[in-house]
Design a protein around this ligand. Structure first.
Ligand SMILES: Nc1ncnc2c1ncn2[C@@H]1O[C@H](COP(=O)(O)OP(=O)(O)O)[C@@H](O)[C@H]1O
Ligand SMILES: Nc1ccn([C@@H]2O[C@H](COP(=O)(O)OP(=O)(O)O)[C@@H](O)[C@H]2O)c(=O)n1
Length: 246
């Protein structure tokens, strides 16, 4: 079966993870959170006491980085070796260093290859893959490519609502400096050619999920129509060339 790949990029707090997971569940698709892999590697470096200022220690760590992730949107998990790190990778100490880990070219090529392998092995009819470079690097040929945005104010408001006990202005400062650092590696603020922008600033969560699901449905319907057309053309070509037996 042909897997429908849906690629979603966007800045921190735009709703990539939560919206992609909910949309995947609605569509019966798999879900791949690529940011979780960068976070898990950052967590692994902290556990091992690896210096993340220089790139060498991080690159060396890749050979021992035993990462696994759940792609069922209803049974999401992130593991490193025998440790379930699903919650730990969201800790502020990980968020603080993740961009330093993600800027290393060897890390990016290693993880991009891993993402493609995971995408190729999904059992479902489709997969939603979300991150920063999915529409441009990981899956530029995806059937549906989306840039999910929201104003900085909306994104910061959403993120600080999630992080209880952390001062809102600290969250805002950290989010904007992480976006700035990440933007130096890949452009996820501007839609590449052929990428559809969904601005969720004035949409609630359900409306945003619906916008993604709607784009997927129309792309799949369009593809179905093209396939039917091709099939009809094929048959008429066969009929044309069939020897006429009176
Ligand atoms: N359209 C929306 N309206 C309101 N809240 C939203 C919307 N989209 C996402 N959220 C909430 O914003 C927060 C950040 O979303 P998240 O999926 O973690 O973003 P990202 O993965 O892009 O960093 C979550 O609490 C999520 O439920
Ligand atoms: N495709 C991706 C996904 C994430 N990342 C990095 O991983 C970090 C964490 O990603 P995330 O999606 O979990 O971040 P949030 O937007 O959820 O806060 C980002 O800040 C980037 O540094 C990346 O470089 N490329």
């Amino acid at each position: 079966m042909n897997t429908t790949v849906v690629a979603i990029d966007g800045p921190a707090g735009s709703g990539k993870s939560s919206v992609s997971k909910a949309a995947a569940a609605k569509l019966g698709f798999a879900y791949l959170d690529t940011g979780a892999a960068y976070r898990a590697l950052a967590w692994f470096c902290l556990e091992r006491g690896i210096d993340t200022v220089g790139a060498d220690g991080i690159t060396d760590a890749l050979s021992e980085f035993d990462f696994s992730i759940g792609t069922d949107p209803d049974a999401y998990f992130v593991r490193v070796g025998g440790d379930d790190v699903t919650g730990d990778i969201r800790e502020p100490r990980v968020t603080k260093i993740v961009s330093s880990v993600a800027r290393v070219p060897e890390v990016r090529s290693y993880l991009v290859a891993l993402f493609r392998k995971i995408m190729a092995g999904v059992p479902n009819g489709g997969i939603i893959v979300e991150g920063r470079d999915i529409t441009t690097v990981v899956a530029p040929d995806a059937r549906v490519r989306i840039l999910l945005t929201a104003t900085e104010e909306a994104r910061m408001g959403r993120r600080s609502a999630e992080l209880t006990g952390v001062d809102a202005s600290t969250t805002a400062r950290e989010l904007s400096s992480r976006d700035a650092q990440d933007s130096r590696v890949v452009d996820f603020m501007n839609a590449a050619d052929g990428v559809t922008t969904i601005d969720s600033t004035d949409l609630d969560f359900e409306q945003t999920v619906q916008a993604v699901v709607g784009l997927v449905h129309s792309a799949v319907d369009k593809r179905g129509a093209v396939d039917k057309h091709r099939e009809a053309d094929k048959h008429s070509a066969v009929d044309k060339h069939r020897p006429h037996n009176p």
